[in-house]
Write a protein that binds this ligand. Structure first.
Ligand code: HEM
Length: 466
């Protein structure tokens, strides 16, 4: 009896396998990019992605060396781009390979937008003057270099400096929790001019009240821009609050993770620390009469090339992000590959960031000076760096995030020592959700923050234009 059951089981498996293989063959056009992970058709990619997340895409690139391939999963087909050579073609087709349906899905599922809100966001979404088509443009006065950006930058660095200045004695902290708290408070206060936003559900009534009582009028140019834009498009108070949550998450999540890994790379390697600290210390002034030390954080970006390079290298080396696009109609991509309507295209940033033909044989190593090299490879590398995406969806928050992280690191290096409690730096285990750009530490990094000798400081931000 047991033997018969086993026989039926094996026969069932063989029949299922044969059926799935036939289904794959019959539904895959020969001009589509080659299918991979077909050991168990439809199931292998699901298992691979579930267990290895972004690493799975890179592993398949390493094993097969294809610039683009297809993953077939139940009910979906995904085309995975792993080569820089195909990025220009992706960036050119902004309407056929569109970001907007992905944004709309996130607004619906993650932010929980109402039906009316979804209709407003989804209306004519591929037109330049639609809500999604012109949203980022509306943020430029607040996030592109100029007075709006200077205002947010200045507030956030002053808040960081004030908070760090209150640390007068050595204390142990979990480095990630601590950085998250500092950055969250500085960022949300710089944007909203109010500090009580914490968890998601309580945030919705808080934000509704915030807009209804017109507190945004005292907030940053960024929140004013968003309010004006949402009002113009007829978004109601609840949807306005819900889209704002999406913005807080886009602003804070990646910035916090990036700041964590930036501080990690600086402090966990004495050579990096020495290079970066000596650069920042050159910017510190001292009043001969009062002894007060001054640091103008608006000069960090232009005067500290190694620190800036360390930031870019961290984003290159640690990035796990994916740029997803929806295929709006059947399309012969780059004149060669058939992409089918309804599928998703994914451009895998860690695959581009680990390409030895661009980054050289040491692509797998962290080299904090990589972006200061002047060996003629600069332009090629600048093109290949996708830390903030690229093309029409290039991250509008990159200037703000860069300034905030550089300033935080500079304040820490000049005023504190950061020492691992265990005596040695141990890299934390991480999770790699597909929705974020950098790995999430899932175990504590216990450090001691030790203030240097008692000194009085004046931190300035004399504006980026100067
Ligand atoms: C280090 C921190 C950050 C990283 C690594 C990062 C990364 C990215 C990347 C890779 C994209 C491109 C997404 C795509 O093409 O699919 C993007 C887009 C975007 N980012 Fe950031 N970002 C950061 C900080 C910020 C901040 C501070 C803000 C807001 C103030 C922001 C707002 C946005 C928005 C609104 C988009 C969508 C652009 C569009 O729809 O065209 N990001 N970001």
């Amino acid at each position: 009896m047991a033997g018969q059951v086993a026989w039926y089981f094996v026969a069932g498996l063989v029949a299922t396998y044969t059926f799935l293989r036939a289904l794959l063959r019959l539904t895959q056009h020969e001009k589509e990019p080659q299918t991979l992970a077909t050991l168990l058709p439809f199931v292998s990619p699901l298992l691979g992605l579930g267990t290895q997340k972004t690493k799975f895409f890179v592993k398949l690139r390493d094993a097969h060396g294809l610039p683009i391939y297809t993953l077939r999963m139940p009910g979906s087909r995904t085309y995975v781009i792993t080569s820089l050579s195909l990025v220009p073609a992706l960036q050119r087709q902004i309407r056929i390979l569109s970001f907007h349906p992905i944004e709309l899905r996130a607004a619906e599922r993650v932010m929980g937008l109402t039906r009316t809100g979804c209709e407003i966001l989804g209306a004519n979404m591929n037109h330049d003057d639609s809500y999604l088509g012109s949203f980022v443009k509306a943020l430029h006065p607040a996030l592109s270099p100029g007075p709006g950006l200077d205002e947010i930058n200045e507030t956030s660095v002053q808040l960081l400096a004030a908070s760090l200045g209150r640390r007068k004695t050595a204390a142990g902290v979990d480095m990630f929790q601590w950085i998250r708290h500092e950055m969250f408070m500085a960022t949300t206060n710089a944007i909203y001019a109010r500090a009580s936003f914490q968890a998601r559900e309580s945030l919705i009534p808080d934000l509704m009240e915030y807009f209804q009582k017109a507190y945004h009028e005292h907030g940053s140019p960024l929140v004013k821009c968003r309010f004006a834009y949402n009002t113009r498009h007829g978004l109601g108070p609840e949807d306005m609050a819900r889209t704002e949550i999406g913005q807080i998450s886009a602003t804070v999540t990646n910035t916090v993770l990036a700041a964590f890994w930036f501080i990690w790379h600086i402090f966990s390697d004495p050579a990096v620390l020495e290079d970066c600290r000596s650069e920042v210390e050159r910017l510190v002034g001292r009043d001969e009469h009062t002894g007060i030390r001054t640091l103008d954080l608006s000069r960090i970006r232009t005067s500290c090339p190694v620190l800036l390079s360390t930031w870019h290298e961290m984003l290159r080396y640690r990035h796990i992000g994916i740029q997803a696009r929806a295929v709006m109609e059947d399309h012969l991509f780059d004149g060669r590959y058939l992409l089918k309507k309804g599928a998703t295209v994914m451009c895998v940033i860690p695959a581009l960031h680990s390409d030895t033909s661009v980054w050289g044989p040491d692509a797998a190593e962290f080299n904090h000076r990589r972006f200061v090299r002047e060996d003629g490879a600069g332009a090629k590398r600048a093109n290949a760096f996708r830390g903030f995406g690229g093309g029409s969806t290039l991250c509008p928050g990159r200037h703000f995030a860069t300034n905030e992280a550089l300033s935080f690191a500079a304040l820490l290096m000049t005023r504190f020592d950061v020492r691992p409690v265990a005596g040695v730096w141990k890299e934390p285990r991480v999770d790699m959700p597909l929705t974020v750009s950098l790995p999430l530490p899932i175990e504590p990094v216990e450090v001691k923050i030790v203030p240097k000798a008692e000194q009085e400081w004046k931190v300035l931000f004399s504006a980026s234009a100067k």
